[in-house]
Design a protein around this ligand. Structure first.
Ligand code: UFG
Length: 338
């Protein structure tokens, strides 16, 4: 069965392609290589023994999207990762984010609307909850006003899909709200490849560990948390990838109760920035050079998932520990820099 994975050479996309191929799906990737490398195809092939079909183009070109679906009219499902994801950049260039993240979404849904029984999986984010009032966060927690155009594209993206599903009973969709994906494939054939200076904690830690950055800045230790640093739910990217396969199978097997559903994907456990640093130190055997600096604007205090719905309905549970994830991230970083 043929599945389209947009952004399939990116961090979460590439790990999902591996899990899809391991489950016997035929994968077609569309990626414009704007934040990924063609070499990722080699990594996927090294792990699975199979090279996915690859089409390089920018999904903002509507005619190319239309032509793709004409050519691949046997696509049974779409997992849509292709999007811009830098919060700061989205504030500087909101229209780029609305075009990339929402314009493209509309083009793809317009194609799927014409198909019989298409399945669609959307990359959403726990950012839709903002600073939730209660921990852990369930899917019923209110969606808070977005802090950035990036966050807004995830909220509006969910609404676009929900509204389209309402009038298209044939279309089945799931939005997956990711908490903080980290780590790499344990083979070290694929992993995260941030462009320039990493904005996220874990790649910054591993790049500091390997000597590419001098020092990690810890953004604030005066938050109302046990050690004063912010708390997040860090989920191993391989666990996250496996959840996509479960969600897709649910749709393909007509097991969904509603034609639009939402799931949190996290571990259910919150870890502080200092706990992540200590995990890195324990798996790498290295002392990390870090210092405490001022808070970063826009950071929430804590966010971790209630994963009951994904556990019970998708039959999925994150299996890796924080140490497993940090170890894989470290092995990947060392391989990339060697
Ligand atoms: N942090 C540091 N130093 C750094 C980088 C991060 O101390 O150099 C801290 C942050 O202050 C935060 C934690 O590490 O407390 C995690 O920060 P990340 O940037 O890795 O992740 P965020 O939770 O801030 O952001 C992630 C995604 C966003 C998404 C958001 C949703 O990167 O795309 O979750 O809440 F919008």
């Amino acid at each position: 069965m043929k599945i389209l994975v947009t952004g399939g050479l990116g961090f979460i996309g590439s790990h999902t392609v591996v899990e899809l191929q391991n489950e016997g799906f035929e994968v077609v990737i569309i990626d414009n290589l704007s934040n990924s490398s063609i070499d990722v195809l080699d990594g996927i092939e090294a792990i699975t023994g199979k090279r996915p079909i690859f089409e390089e183009f920018d999904l903002r070109d509507k005619s190319k999207v239309q032509n793709f679906f004409k050519k691949h009219n046997d696509v049974a499902g779409v997992i849509h990762f292709a999007a811009s994801k830098a919060v700061g950049e989205s504030v500087e260039n909101p229209l780029l984010y609305y075009e990339n993240n929402l314009g493209v979404l509309v083009y793809i849904l317009q194609e799927l609307k014409q198909k019989e029984g298409a399945s669609f999986i959307f990359s959403s984010s726990c950012t839709v909850y903002g600073q939730a009032d209660e921990m852990p966060i369930t899917e019923d927690a209110p969606v808070k006003p977005a802090e950035s155009p990036y966050g807004n594209t995830k909220q509006i993206g969910e609404e676009i899909i929900r509204d389209t599903c309402k009038v298209t009973p044939d279309l089945k969709a799931i939005a997956l709200r990711y908490f903080n994906p980290i780590g790499a494939h344990p083979s070290a054939h694929i992993g995260e490849l941030p462009l320039g200076v990493p904005q996220n904690l874990v790649p910054y830690i591993t790049q500091t560990g390997v000597g590419l950055r001098e020092q990690l800045s810890v953004f604030g230790d005066d938050y109302p948390t046990p050690d004063g640093t912010c708390i997040r739910d860090y989920i191993h990217v391989v666990d996250l990838a496996k959840a996509h396969v479960k969600a897709l199978q649910r749709l393909l097997n007509d097991k969904n109760e509603d034609n639009y559903e939402v799931f949190n994907l996290g571990t259910g456990t919150g870890s502080s920035v200092l706990e992540v640093i200590h995990s890195f130190e324990s798996v790498s055997g290295k002392k990390l050079n870090y210092r405490i600096v001022d808070r970063r604007a826009g950071d929430i205090i804590q966010a971790y998932a209630d994963t009951t719905k994904a556990n019970e309905v998708l039959g999925w549970k994150a299996e890796s520990t924080l140490d497993d994830a940090m170890k894989s991230a470290w092995e990947w970083e060392r391989k990339v820099r060697s």
